[in-house]
Design a protein around this ligand. Structure first.
Ligand code: FAD
Length: 474
């Protein structure tokens, strides 16, 4: 009997360890590992600039692990997959599931077409602790509020799958390289703008494992307090690795439990619940397919958003004159990352103080974030805007000065990303416009020259946001 051959279709699961589809394919016989740069997804959901850079490194790392056997293509998988199955003369295909509406619709159709053609298609859960249909409320509907979703739904459901043992041996089918090369996918930019990004990250399975080990050794025990301080490395920095699937949430979940036991430690409980927020975002995007593009709360369809290209660009470039906002936007630009607390502050400033539609912010983050993720980014922005499920109430407008004074007391974060403010005393580091002329002079700053005047008056723009909200409250 000839050994069965399958296509293992890698998507957002660019790893060899704890990869259920890969394990199952290898259990069956020989594999042909395939990656397709998917041109089918809606244009605005094609990978952004930083994700493309990440993908290039991550695919190379995966290809190394597969001893150079990764077959790479570009195109619409709905057409390419049936073609490849014919070309390679294979009967079986394995993949791990995705949950964004554009993927779900495509995969369902493709699966059916392949089955109709007599092929065997097996899909697996490779990227969630609980799949969206595993968790429902008492009336059998999806949850819309995080705490009951996580505490009553997830934590009362079956324990997440334990990470699988690594495949003992991968045997590759002997086929000609039919595709293109990773370089030819053209993911790397022509201009070298990614030095800061390259310095900060090591995409790939090893980079992910190192991050997790460092987090467990150095930061997890103080996560609950340190996670809110942007100048401290208090979080795991695993989000881009999770997005690319270089590590599974199951590996993280059980590594944390293994390191800290099943204790009631608040730090560990808080960390695991952040993974829960990731689950919640995927739950929402799966059950409410309009979630990525439309206000979850329809009242916001009538919201009087302002359109100001000048304000949007000032925000994007970190030139708003509000130090903590500018520091965050510059961190994003230089590293492809922004601290979660600062994502909330910069997001609130854009949506509330500048009255800009959250979708503008979402698009900018999509292009600039290494962890840009269809579910988490939309959920984050709808949360900030107040238009989402279980969102921050619209009337709660973050005051960036108070946020800065609370979470960046000594101004270290601001001084890192806005070095022109370095010499300002702590008292004014979050509000340079209140400093007297002599203090500014001593710090070497003329507002409007080295550093901008504030783009808006915080008090007046807060009131403007509340007035706009009152218009739709009804
Ligand atoms: P940790 O604090 O170490 O958390 C561990 C993991 O839990 C993260 O890696 C992430 O996968 C998950 N997680 C943590 N917080 C959240 C959250 N609020 N929502 C969903 N998952 C969470 N996260 C993304 O992964 N991709 C995005 O595109 C994204 N866009 C965001 C946009 C806005 C406006 C906001 C407010 C938040 C966004 N987040 C996004 C959530 C969060 O900011 C990041 O997941 C987190 O900062 C990543 O850093 P970390 O890995 O060190 O997190």
């Amino acid at each position: 009997m000839p050994v069965p051959v399958s296509i293992m279709w890698f998507r957002q699961d660019l790893r060899v360890k704890d990869n259920p589809a890969l394990n199952a394919a290898c259990d069956l016989g020989k594999i042909i590992p395939v990656y397709i740069a998917d041109t089918f997804v809606p244009e605005k959901r094609l990978p952004g600039s930083v994700t493309k850079w990440w993908l290039h490194q991550s695919l190379n790392s995966l290809n190394d692990r597969l001893n150079g056997h990764l077959q790479v293509f570009s195109g619409d998988p709905a057409e390419l997959i049936p073609e490849l199955m014919t070309r390679f003369d294979v009967q079986h295909i394995f993949w791990n599931r995705l949950y964004e509406p554009w993927h779900v619709a495509r995969d369902k159709k493709l699966k059916q077409a392949l089955k109709d053609d007599g092929k065997t298609v097996k899909s697996f859960n490779g990227s969630l602790l609980w799949e969206p249909w595993d968790i429902e409320n008492k009336s059998g509907s999806p949850y819309k509020v995080f705490t009951p979703f996580y505490r009553k739904g997830c934590l009362q459901a079956a324990e997440p799958r334990f990470p699988q043992a690594p495949v003992a041996r991968i045997t590759y089918a002997d086929v000609d390289n039919a595709g293109t090369s990773i370089d030819e996918l053209g993911l790397m930019p022509d201009i070298q703008w990614f030095d800061g990004i390259e310095k900060m990250w090591t995409p790939g399975e090893d980079g992910a494992a190192d991050r997790l080990a460092t987090f467990i050794d150095e930061a997890a025990a103080n996560y609950k307090t340190d996670r809110d301080i942007p100048a401290v490395q208090g979080t795991s920095l695993l989000s881009p690795h999770l997005h690319a699937g270089e590590i599974s949430p199951n590996q993280i979940w059980y590594a944390i439990k293994d390191a800290f036991g099943n204790s009631d430690d608040k730090n560990i409980d808080t960390y695991l619940s952040e993974l829960g927020w990731r689950e919640f975002a995927h739950h929402l995007i799966y059950h409410f397919p309009d979630f990525p593009d439309k206000n979850f709360n329809e009242k916001f369809d009538k919201f009087p958003w302002r359109r100001s290209q000048k304000d949007l660009e000032a925000w994007q470039k970190g030139r708003t004159g509000i130090p903590i906002v500018d520091a965050g936007m510059r961190e994003l630009w230089h590293t492809g990352y922004m601290h979660n607390r600062v994502r909330m502050i910069t997001g609130s400033f854009l949506v509330k103080n500048l009255l800009t539609d959250w979708r503008e912010g979402e698009a900018w983050f999509w292009d600039c974030l290494a962890d840009a993720d269809g579910a988490n980014n939309t959920a984050g922005w709808q949360w900030v805007a107040g238009s989402g499920a279980d969102a921050a109430p619209y009337f709660r407008v973050f005051n960036p000065v108070l946020q800065g004074e609370k979470f960046d007391k000594q101004g270290e974060y601001v001084r890192t990303w806005c070095p022109e403010l370095k010499k300002l005393p702590n008292k004014y580091i979050h509000k340079p416009w209140e400093a007297d002329k002599a203090t500014l002079k001593q710090a070497g700053i003329v507002l409007g020259e080295q550093y901008p005047e504030p783009l808006v008056d915080l008090k007046a723009s807060r009131q403007r946001a509340l007035d706009a909200f009152n218009e739709i409250k009804g």
